[in-house]
Design a binder for this molecule. Structure first.
Ligand SMILES: [Zn+2]
Length: 326
């Protein structure tokens, strides 16, 4: 699984960081997924390995502009570039209205491809395209907001001899089992997918959080994950000054949850613009904040593999579950 950060700034862009967007691809597959789409995401994409033509599905965490204002532009450009394949957008209430109203008021009437909206704020939300399986976890933020728990579906080796012995005919039933679905035979006997199918490698599982001031809400999902990508907008000292009303996390809060769940890998993102990449020697202000403050604060609580996201930096979660910058 390969992640490329297209934006890592909270609220407003900086010269180094755009607002939130994350590209996800399964290894060398050219198809990819987009999680959040802040304004200017399509500009960042031009500097990434991904093209809007191969974009399979978009997941939006919540309706705040720094997570979705890039949608109309990205979709309109894909249309002008000749895309004809349907595009699925999984998002909470409000996103479909926002996109369709923008097009209605800006002379975009006939897209060459259909947009399929799926409400990720519904209790029964579940996405499965045969390559990934995605569920949503409700977060705590100023508007309804969701984290996405994304599980890879690796190819499976099917035990042909066992299925022949059980009398399961080749065809749709085999396909169902390979998709992880249990089947019931005419004689009433149940065949469990896990008994006859072995994944080619252990599925990689990640959680991509939305904006959230209670990382512990992810406790259960993280028990079954290799990596968490989560906002750390502030350090504790800054949160104490600005107050809790924006409903964001500190580096310490996220790190504690990652430590509690013995999570192997944590990538922090969505940093307040007050955190500079480096201390500026020209600054007249002595107490300048840098992203190193966020790292140091998280490190006090979490001893696993900790990284801070950078725009246009890619990371690969390997099949052996190691995480590398690429
Ligand atoms: Zn927000």
């Amino acid at each position: 699984m390969r992640f490329t950060f297209l934006g890592t700034s909270a609220g407003t862009p900086t010269a180094q960081r755009n607002v939130t967007a994350l590209a996800l691809a399964i290894d060398d597959n050219r198809e990819w997924y987009l999680i959040d789409c802040g304004e200017g995401t399509q500009h960042r994409l031009l500097h990434s390995p991904h093209s809007s033509a191969k974009l399979k599905t978009i997941f939006i965490t919540h309706v705040h502009g720094d997570h979705c204002y890039g949608l109309p532009g990205l979709i309109a450009s894909a249309n002008m570039s000749g895309r004809t394949e349907a595009l699925t957008i999984c998002a909470p209430d409000g996103i479909e209205q926002y996109v369709r109203n923008t097009f209605a008021h800006t002379d975009v009437h006939n897209l060459r491809f259909p947009l399929h909206f799926v409400r990720s704020d519904q209790d029964d939300f579940h996405y499965n395209d045969g390559a990934i399986d995605v569920s949503a976890v409700a977060m705590s933020h100023r508007v309804p907001c969701f984290a996405y728990h994304i599980k890879e579906i690796p190819p499976t080796h099917i035990d042909e001899a066992k299925l022949d012995a059980l009398g399961v005919a080749r065809g749709p039933l085999w396909h169902q089992l390979q998709q992880g679905e249990d089947i019931t035979l005419d004689n009433g006997e149940t065949v469990y997918a896990k008994d006859v199918c072995t994944p080619a490698w252990p599925a990689r599982k990640i959680v991509v959080g939305g904006d959230n001031d209670q990382p512990s809400l992810l406790h259960q999902a993280l028990q079954d994950s290799d990596l968490l990508i989560h906002e750390a907008t502030f350090t504790e000292d800054v949160l104490a000054k600005v107050g809790p009303q924006y409903m964001h996390s500190t580096a310490a809060m996220v790190a504690k949850t990652a430590a509690d769940t013995a999570l192997p890998h944590l990538i922090l993102t969505h940093f307040s613009q007050r955190y500079r990449s480096h201390q500026s020697s020209k600054s007249k202000h002595k107490a300048q904040h840098t992203v190193k403050d966020l790292f140091m604060e998280a490190r006090e609580h979490y001893r696993g593999n900790l990284m801070l996201a950078e725009d246009l930096q890619s990371y690969q979660l390997e099949k052996d579950k190691s995480l590398n910058k690429i």
